[in-house]
Design a protein around this ligand. Structure first.
Ligand SMILES: [Fe+2]
Ligand SMILES: [Fe+2]
Length: 195
């Protein structure tokens, strides 16, 4: 039977991709002249800080990558790269938040700096999620035992488990709903912003 953690990780990747897509789509439209929707952009950055950065990537490091490293050396270079990308991602989101504030305050050049940083971040994360799905998860499925998966499953199931009090997934879904309510079609069902 397929480990539950694999499905949870893939589902989380889909949710993260949807948010990254929204971010890139909004930047593309702002470049063409659409007025910035600051509450929406802020909701997107809040989502990234609160869910992928807090619950997804750290659990990969601590449980999935660590288990694979214990079983084989074959993934060492790949895992080092993925860990580095996690470490690169956290400050990038903080920088994005600062660029967004400066953009909102109308600082010189801030608009362009935000666009470039957002595109760079979306590209890095996108490539990262893809590498995990195409290379890391298949390797993990090959080398990990049912016992290894028990701990990894438990760690990822915790994201969605009411017994733990905190329900990160519920919180993430609420934040995602907020993104949808603020974003105009085709992303969400919010009002169209002026051009
Ligand atoms: Fe990751
Ligand atoms: Fe991941």
């Amino acid at each position: 039977m397929r480990p539950n953690a694999i499905q949870i990780i893939k589902d989380e990747h889909l949710a993260i991709s949807a948010v990254l897509y929204s971010l890139r789509y909004l930047v593309k439209n702002m470049r063409k002249g659409t007025a910035p929707n600051f509450p929406l952009l802020k909701a997107i950055l809040d989502y990234i800080v609160s869910y992928p950065d807090r619950w997804h990537h750290p659990k990969e490091d601590k449980f999935l990558f660590a288990a694979v490293k214990r079983r084989t050396k074959d993934g060492d270079a790949l895992i080092a790269r993925l860990e580095r990308e996690h470490q690169l991602g956290y400050p990038m989101v903080e920088t994005l938040k600062l660029h967004l504030l400066a953009f909102q305050h109308g600082d010189d050049g801030a608009r362009e700096r935000f666009f470039e940083a957002a595109e760079r971040y979306a590209e890095l994360e996108w490539g990262h999620l893809q590498t995990e799905e195409e290379q890391l998860l298949p390797l993990a499925e090959r080398v990990l035992t049912a016992d290894d998966w028990k701990d990894i499953d438990a760690a990822f199931e915790e994201n969605d488990n009411p017994l733990f009090g905190v329900k990160p997934k519920e919180e993430a879904e609420a934040m995602y709903q907020k993104i949808l309510s603020l974003a105009p079609a085709p992303i969400g069902f919010g009002a169209q912003s002026g051009t």
